[in-house]
Design a protein around this ligand. Structure first.
Ligand SMILES: *Cc1c(COP(=O)(O)O)cnc(C)c1O
Length: 393
């Protein structure tokens, strides 16, 4: 792309209904937001537990800011690794049930760091076709061969793993697919990883806080850590777990958890860990406060279940089906880009914010409204969304 080609390229994505525009949020994230000067009922955040604007979390951040300031001031391997980071890593590892955890500044950076730290051009990465962009980019950065398998097609994956002559193999998957809301069968994937001596890298960005009795995430949901282990192995040495802290946890950042050796290796080799400033320690204090709310306030997950059931019951009879999902991500399948945009516009005119998701984020012809539920919503909020959809049908 040359400088003089930018304008016509932009016109082109405009014509296809693919031009993205940012809206400006005034005030906090939540079920009700002020965007570009207007108030909306919003179904468009990943704030699944309604914690992004929790006063207790904000207070923890404030207290930490007063005691320790804002900037970490250095990378973790220099002097930026604060006591608050260190203690949070211990809490996070214990919470998800793995031996060790490592904090990163964002989920995207965590992902970019992991695969290149473990694999090189003699190796092969196997990824579900609907994986998040960060997992794809991480594989590309590692220079390993990248094989993408049809969504959840484990027979296909089994065959390709068997055919592979790669020195090291890694299966990477979203646990909850970010645009579809469905789950990857982690126990089956772990069995395939055992069978083919591969890593299993599970990105739980949308499961952490939401899945599991106390919100411990996808590993707990599938009782994965209770499964019998191959003889002679302690822990699940081939499991790499990633969760992000900017979605259900309502803060920012991410962590990778796994064996002590894995984490020690990442400290030494993950370039997105080493060559970047540590996140402000006040965020670690905020995440620690959030973790207590995630584990303790079960009502938030119960509320979500109630809202999901209410939405599903109400959408029956509308021309657009919901995709099969039991998570707070409830995509309403529309099809065409323009149709999805028109529907999102219609809702916006009625004071409801629900983003139209279009290619390249989703496959061509599968544009949708990504209805994202939060424990901050009420049953009445779902009712308001449903009656607006009925009007537009
Ligand atoms: C959001 C997301 C990420 C990136 O996490 P950030 O902390 O927002 O950078 C990674 N993986 C998946 C599946 C995501 O949805």
């Amino acid at each position: 792309m040359n400088p003089d080609q930018l304008q016509s390229a932009l016109s082109e994505i405009d014509a296809q209904g693919l031009r993205r525009r940012r809206r400006v949020l005034d005030g906090p994230q939540g079920a009700r937001v002020t965007v570009d000067g207007r108030d909306y009922l919003s179904f468009s955040s990943n704030d699944y537990l309604g914690l992004a604007h929790h006063p207790g979390i904000a207070a923890a951040a404030r207290t930490a800011a007063e005691r320790f300031g804002v900037g970490a001031g250095a990378a973790h391997l220099l002097t930026g690794h604060h006591r608050l980071h260190h203690d949070l890593e211990t809490e996070l590892a214990a919470f998800v049930g793995l031996p060790s955890a490592l904090l990163f500044s964002t989920g995207y950076m965590a992902s970019l760091g992991v695969i290149p730290a473990l694999l090189d051009r003699h190796d092969e990465v196997f990824e579900d076709r609907l994986n998040h962009a960060s997992l794809v980019d991480s594989a590309v950065l590692s220079r390993a061969r990248l094989t993408r398998y049809p969504h959840l097609d484990l027979d296909w994956l089994d065959r390709k793993l068997g055919e592979s002559g790669a020195k090291t193999k890694l299966i990477a998957t979203d646990t909850v697919f970010s645009m579809d809301g469905d789950l990857a069968p982690l126990p089956d994937l772990l069995a395939l990883a055992e069978k083919h001596d591969a890593w299993l890298y599970a990105d739980d960005a949308h499961g952490f806080g939401v899945l599991g009795e106390q919100g411990q995430g996808a590993l707990a949901h599938f009782s994965l850590l209770d499964l019998p282990l191959p003889v002679g192995e302690g822990g699940h040495p081939r499991l790499i777990y990633l969760a992000t802290l900017g979605k259900a946890a309502g803060v920012a950042g991410a962590f990778v958890a796994g064996s002590e050796d894995l984490v020690e290796w990442l400290v030494n080799r993950a370039r997105t860990y080493i060559y970047t400033t540590a996140q402000p320690p006040l965020l670690a204090a905020a995440t620690s406060a959030s973790l207590k709310l995630i584990a303790g306030e079960t009502w938030r997950r119960n509320r979500l279940r109630e809202l999901i059931a209410h939405l599903k019951a109400g959408v029956a009879g509308l021309p657009w089906p919901l995709m099969a999902s039991d998570t707070p991500i409830q995509p309403l399948m529309v099809g065409g880009n323009m149709e999805a945009l028109r529907l999102a516009d219609g809702l916006r005119e009625r004071g409801i914010l629900t983003p139209a998701i279009r290619p390249p984020t989703v496959p061509r012809g599968e544009a949708r409204l990504r209805i994202s539920l939060s424990a901050a919503h009420s049953v009445e909020d779902i009712g308001q969304l449903l009656s607006a959809l009925r009007e537009l049908a």
